[in-house]
Design a protein around this ligand. Sequence first.
Ligand SMILES: [Zn+2]
Length: 154
Amino acid sequence: MVCLGCGALTGRDVEYLNPGCSEITVEEAPDGDAELSPALDFRVPPCQRCGGVLKPDVVFFGDNVPAARLQRAWELFDAGERLLVLGSSLTVFSGYRFVRRAAERGVPVLILNQGPTRGDAHAAWLGSAPLAAALPALAAALTPHATQARGRLS
Ligand SMILES: [Zn+2]
């Protein structure tokens, strides 16, 4: 969680304000939203440093990617030999711009998503599978000693 007031980062400990909340059944939606059952009169904890409002430390639709995070992403992009896109339609430009730059530079683009993406025309490899099922195999394939599995993604 990040504080909107002072920028402090903190964990997601909400149990102390919401006893029993960890035992609530949560049905997660593909977009990261969740339906709680039963509905909960949920109390969001304040920032421990300044009392400000906390939000998940993620970039929501319409938000800007923090400059330092974007800079780090470009550094990783520049150091890499391939671009791997996982679970994104690339509809939002913040992700699609990496595919565009890869295409401009001749960097192979690998896309694993359920359904078509905006970057499909630039992909050297396309896969369609639920990430929860595919990521363990992909991680094994990208692990240096897993040469047999790596061959399946080349
Ligand atoms: Zn704060």
